[in-house]
Design a protein. Sequence first.
Length: 365
Amino acid sequence: MRVALVHDWLVVNAGAEKVTKALRELYDADVFAVVDFLGDADRQELLGGRRARTSFIQQLPFARRIFRWYLPLFPKAIEGLDLGGYDLIISSSYAVAKGVRKRPGQVHVCYLHTPMRYAWVKEDEYLRDHGLRGPLAALVRWRLARLRAWDLRSNAGVDTFIANSRNVAERVLRCYGRSAEVVHPPVDPERFPLCTGPRAGYVVASRAVPYKRIDRIIEAFAGMPDRRLDILGDGPERARLQAMAPPNVRFHGHVRPDELAAYLGGARALVVAADEDMGLTPVESLACGTPVVALGRGGYLESVRDGVNGIHFPEPTPAAIRDAVERLEAHAWDPGSLRATAAPFFLDAFRAEVSRIVASAMAHA
């Protein structure tokens, strides 16, 4: 059986890309994407050193730097990928990948990280974060409305939806009127071993982008100068965040997977403040035996249980985060028990569930 695996765009090694890696290894699939600008190390880890087959966007001027500016062309780009000769198409989609065109006799299973986030659920936040107002904001709203219409039409080409969380499955039903089975993203337990050694400080492991709300976490730790916060990851917000950081907050930029595991395993807790569709980093933290201080909404509710393997805070405010840290420190945490709560998210469970759903889709084609 020949399998085509379609990802939106390959530029970073984050949660959605880890799912694509697991799917590629499970089916030995050929990978397609709108663009592929991975660095050598990420390419080796995610694609086994191979390059994805890409759309015409790859060749457009300055695409490496500004490919997102070509967003209005993405539907045409994804529909133009030639997937003839494949029996099974699997899309790993958070934007346009699910819109690939299939031919008669092909089966399309979509692993959906979220319906196109800024077109469906965070349009106002997108406009606010990018400082768009007046006529320009109206133009962007019009473009997003056209994307929503295309996104709805493209559902006809998907035979089976898999959602990465119950949170996203509910959104699929609300936005598309389709049901989806839930298979959580995978964590490789060998990459994130249990740590039973001494622990100190707190960790943020995230891309530096506005919706992650790292600034709120920094403000919280500015009010706790006796507690260290290590921030791992890079992104467009990093310079602004570093400028506001007090002495007890340290930035480390992009780190390797083994370094991430070491930071998580040596921390008192991971701190996350975004409203995520699912969120893989909390599960990686739990695999290391480290509790999580998390915003109590969205996808985090499926991995972080208040008082069991972490502490929830109700709103992403510095005061609420500080209160959650104090409650976490008043609790005795057992690393082995914390790791056990991550087991349903381990790689073997992901492979078994995806294989079952794909086999069912193929049998009913």
